[in-house]
Write a new protein. Structure first.
Length: 343
């Protein structure tokens, strides 16, 4: 029981009243905010001294909840924050990759192939992908070389190669369902077909390890947490998603590079050709690749000589590796060169 004093006659003369604790509902304590005490008859008391009320309630046998008391201690709050960050970091570093990897390998390929169809259809509808300018003979020749690589891989995933054009952009990419897209710009820039086979082996590594699907699953998980944490702040949530994928993407690219080196070695192909292609991609920097196509297809060209576009391609600034989705290109060139079995 508590003894409370009320203004009984309206003239300031207090009237004592005994009230059972069970008839009182006390609001939670928030720092120095006013607390409300609701009585069984509907009366509400406003208490300015929140800390003193807690002491009175504790003396009467009804202390604040443990969580409420912890909230008043900055040491406990900081410790809780540190523990929460540590748990989230551990889940991000260890739990999320393992879970995404296991789920990705259990998803039927028919589902991911359907996703590929939708993605390619959208890219074509948006005119992001245009019809290839490569001849049918060139497409068939490259496809045959790619098929030979697949045949050398035990239990290889099913893949389908597409040739498209995206301006003069030199690139290739793999979709989660096994669709591998080669752009004309990359074919023109390659010193020989062996380099393109190396690129195909790299993309096959992405398909084999289901990197694309793992990224989708991780993004979905992180976007859910970001939406819950940031509420309607979609920009911050999207930033969290993008930042979370940087390290994963670099790891995946390195793993795919390992696959490219392994398959080129098995098929007795010189990895220096792939190093040459990467060096050209670095030196040309995405500039007009339609110029001098004969030189770009000549495997004997001195690609180590800086091109006229070098100062523009590299520029005074470069993106640090930790802010890039790909490993440093010079390191990749060194790896492909070092893996060569030829002097």
């Amino acid at each position: 029981m508590l003894w409370l004093k009320f203004d009984g006659d309206g003239d300031g003369n207090p009237e004592p009243r005994r009230i059972a604790l069970s008839d009182m509902k006390v609001s939670e304590r928030f720092s120095r905010a006013t607390r409300n005490v609701q009585l069984a008859d509907g009366s509400v008391l406003e208490i300015d001294d929140a800390k003193q009320l807690s002491r009175v309630m504790a003396a009467a046998g009804k202390p604040d909840a443990s969580v409420t008391r912890w909230q008043q201690s900055w040491r406990v709050v900081i410790a809780s924050l540190v523990i929460s960050i540590a748990v989230m970091a551990a889940a991000y570093v260890w739990l999320l990759p393992v879970a995404a990897g296991q789920i990705a390998h259990s998803v039927p390929q028919s589902w991911t192939q359907a996703l590929d169809t939708v993605v390619i259809g959208q890219l074509k509808a948006q005119d992001s992908l245009q019809s290839t300018a490569l001849s049918a003979e060139e497409q068939e020749r490259l496809s045959a070389r790619f098929d030979a690589v697949v045949a050398s891989v035990p239990n290889a995933p099913k893949v389908k190669v597409y040739f498209f054009k995206m301006g003069s952009l030199p690139n290739a990419f793999a979709l989660p369902g096994g669709s591998i897209v080669f752009l004309d710009g990359l074919v023109k820039l390659a010193p020989d077909d062996d380099a393109l086979v190396g690129v195909f082996a790299h993309e096959l590594g992405h398909v084999q390890h289901r990197h694309g699907l793992q990224i989708l699953l991780r993004s979905a998980a992180i976007s859910g947490v970001a939406a819950w944490y940031f509420g309607d702040f979609t920009t911050l949530a999207n930033l969290a998603i993008v930042a979370s994928q940087l390290k994963y993407s670099r790891n995946f690219e390195t793993e795919a590079d390992d696959t490219a080196i392994e398959l080129m070695t098995i098929n007795k192909l010189d990895t220096k050709s792939l190093a040459t292609l990467f060096r050209r991609m670095r030196d040309y920097g995405g500039h007009a690749l339609d110029a001098e196509p004969e030189k770009k297809r000549d495997s004997t060209a001195d690609v180590t000589t800086p091109s006229p576009h070098d100062h523009k391609a590299k520029g005074p600034f470069s993106i640090p590796e930790f802010l890039s989705t790909h490993p440093d290109i010079d390191r990749r060139i060194e790896r492909f060169s070092a893996a060569s079995k030829k002097p």
